[in-house]
Design a protein around this ligand. Structure first.
Ligand SMILES: [Zn+2]
Length: 347
């Protein structure tokens, strides 16, 4: 199969490789943000070491490229970014890594963050992130104005977390679509999560998804267990590229996950009610080829002239691969064997 693509992960947040840490945050997003900020100075391993622990697992599971969001705020400055940039260099023969400068604590409500996002792009981040403009910064416009201005100045794309439900979330996605067209950024903007699309009234879904189509926006989902799932098939039928990522993997936000995108394809299929071979193959495409398209990875696939990023699994069909998530007997990156039977060869 062509290499798996993790389109949304948080390498700097993971606790992979540390002793088990019971989940401490409350049920609200604000509590998760505050809990993480309270605990992270005491983590006994560096960003680099924790990210490397997770990356080894991702590679052994057949992931050949990923997009990671990296926290940026005035407390940690660009330290997490610099850690992930170093890890990207170390792992460059094993996996392609795209980095989003992510304002986890908001932009306007966290003075100094906009300047840090600008500096993050100058230092090597590939895209600008964002998060729930209304909930985090009080208005739709302020955060989006800042984020789109930085993106336009540096000629980079945007991938913003939109968790907000209902009319707030729909207004945020609509405003992103308007700005995407106004700034000439068609095809360069992604909505992460977009839970509101999974619970929208029919006419609202039609209106907002049409705006996404017009601006070439894509959507990345992790199939979150407690949130409405955006209707991935309908979105794709309308021409929107839907791809997938693991999001939080064993961190202060979520105890779940191990970095396996076949497992993510299964969870997504499970949540979407997919049962036919065609639908299960679609889930696999969302976890692989669709992500490659958004990450700009041309020549992804199994054909002469492709980049030889692939893995082998003992199963009969694509559907069976998703359902049974068998051991990856071989993982090849750029023509080199990097893992066998779930075990990394080096690094
Ligand atoms: Zn995320």
């Amino acid at each position: 199969l062509p290499g798996l693509i993790d389109g949304h992960i948080h390498l700097d947040k993971t606790l992979t490789g540390l002793p088990w840490m019971p989940h401490q945050a409350g049920p609200e997003r604000r509590s998760r943000i505050d809990t993480e900020k309270r605990l992270r100075p005491r983590f006994p391993l560096s960003v680099e070491a924790r990210a490397a622990n997770l990356l080894r697992q991702c590679v052994a599971f057949g992931t050949t490229a990923l997009r990671t969001h990296v926290d940026i705020d005035p407390e940690i400055g660009l330290s997490h970014l610099h850690g992930i940039l170093a890890v990207r260099e170390t792992f460059s023969d094993l996996i392609d890594i795209q980095i989003v400068a992510f304002p986890q604590s908001g932009v306007l409500s966290c003075p100094g963050t906009a300047e840090l996002l600008d500096a993050a792009i100058a230092d090597g981040a590939d895209l600008i992130g964002g998060i729930d403009p209304i909930t985090m910064d009080g208005t739709v416009d302020g955060q989006l104005d800042a984020v789109f201005a930085i993106a336009e100045r540096h000629g980079v794309g945007i991938d913003a977390h939109i968790h907000d439900y209902g009319t707030n979330g729909l207004a945020e996605i609509t405003a992103m679509a308007q700005r995407t067209r106004a700034h000439g950024m068609t095809g360069k903007v992604t909505v992460s999560h977009g839970f509101c699309l999974g619970a929208a009234a029919e006419q609202d879904f039609a209106r907002v998804s049409a705006a996404m189509v017009d601006s070439g926006m894509s959507l990345v989902t992790h199939g979150g267990g407690a949130s409405p799932l955006p209707p991935v098939k309908q979105l794709r039928e309308r021409g929107i590229i839907v791809f997938a990522g693991n999001d939080d993997v064993r961190d202060t936000w979520s105890p779940f996950g191990k970095g396996d995108m076949l497992e993510r394809a299964m969870l997504l299929a499970w949540r979407a009610g997919f049962r036919t071979d065609g639908d299960l193959a679609l889930a696999l495409d969302i976890a692989s080829t669709a992500g490659a398209q958004i990450l700009g990875l041309t020549k992804h696939g199994l054909a002469v002239g492709c980049r030889a990023d692939f893995f082998c699994v003992p199963c009969e069909t694509l559907a069976e691969a998703v359902v049974s998530r068998p051991v990856r007997t071989l993982v090849v990156k750029a023509g080199h064997v990097v893992a066998r039977h779930g075990v990394l060869m080096s690094a």
